[in-house]
Ligand binder design. Structure first.
Ligand SMILES: N[C@@H](CCC(=O)N[C@@H](CS)C(=O)NCC(=O)O)C(=O)O
Length: 289
């Protein structure tokens, strides 16, 4: 009886530690079971993406979508690998091609342009090239934070989003990964200053970003004119995320108030993705359309 009492008191004193250790052991086992061995075909780009989520969009990261769109536009053979392996910079996307590993969407795209000798993305006019560079920086490194906020921190939307993002990750890994990813992203948002704004302020800024982009696009088919450029690859990839939300954010509603942006996403999407990859009937209906 004394032994039983000692065991009960040990378990109740250390229950958090015991549960954590158990979760870790189960998670490690499940991860090992789930790790597939891939055979890599020569000349094929392997694009590493997050596990498939429950979103009506095949890549829930704008940067993975950006590389996927580029690969399609440039007609480069590729396969997507969905897993939790975060690659050399601890970020998705990253790729593997003929044994070489490259990460960061911009670096990947420029590496592939060189490797496959892709033509059509050069901008000869120096002023236009500078504008393109600034626009791309704005989209990828500034405007994107409203999206990150709406996915991960927005008090109204985030728990539905986070559950959907990790819907295919098995328990108990899902518990650890959700916690880890959510804490990490919240810290990043605080670090860049976004979550020091109120929810309304974040979405007011996002709406102004979208107004400016809509104005800049005007009635042109693409941001820089008649040809699709790398800026469009970035812009489409971010706007598509707001087009295919599962809970409408005010930024998604703001996007849908700009007919030209909605048409732009549809036009580029339909030209590059099959209807079962990007199904516009599943885009979130706008309340302001
Ligand atoms: N500059 C990078 C940004 C990539 C990025 O931020 N990826 C996000 C997913 S959208 C990520 O991996 N986040 C995980 C983390 O920051 O820990 C690129 O262009 O590839």
């Amino acid at each position: 009886m004394e032994h039983v009492n000692t065991v009960i008191s040990f378990v109740s004193n250390y229950r958090v530690a015991i549960l954590s250790a158990l979760t870790l052991v189960l998670a490690t086992r499940a991860l090992k079971r789930g790790k597939k061995q891939h055979t890599y075909e020569p000349g094929v780009v392997y694009l590493y993406d997050f596990p498939k989520g429950d979103f009506p969009l095949l890549h829930i990261s704008p940067f993975v979508l950006k590389v996927s769109l580029f690969l399609r536009h440039a007609n480069i053979p590729f396969k997507v690998i969905n897993n939790l392996d975060m690659g050399p910079r601890n970020k998705k996307p990253w790729i593997r091609l003929d044994g070489e590993v490259v990460s960061d969407s911009d670096i990947i795209i420029h590496y592939l342009i060189k490797k496959f000798n892709i033509k059509g993305f050069e901008i000869n006019d120096a002023d236009l090239a500078a504008d393109a560079h600034l626009l791309r920086r704005f989209i990828d490194d500034a405007a994107v934070w409203s999206l990150v906020y709406s996915r991960w921190v927005d008090p109204i939307n985030c728990s539905t989003n986070i559950d959907a993002i990790f819907s295919s990750v098995p328990f108990p890994i899902s518990v650890i990964v959700k916690r880890f990813a959510s804490n990490g992203t919240s810290k990043q948002l605080y670090g860049v200053g976004i979550s020091r704004y109120s929810r309304d302020e974040v979405y007011e800024r996002a709406a102004k970003d979208l107004d400016a982009l809509a104005r800049r696009l005007g009635d042109k088919p693409y941001l820089l004119g008649k040809e699709m450029s790398l800026v469009d690859i970035s812009l489409f990839s971010m706007l598509a995320q707001f087009t295919f939300e599962i809970v409408q954010s005010p930024a998604g509603a703001a996007l849908k108030s700009h007919r030209n942006l909605v048409d732009y996403v549809k036009r580029i999407g339909e030209a590059h993705f099959k209807s079962d990859e990007l199904d516009f009937s599943k885009s979130y209906p706008s309340s302001r359309q």
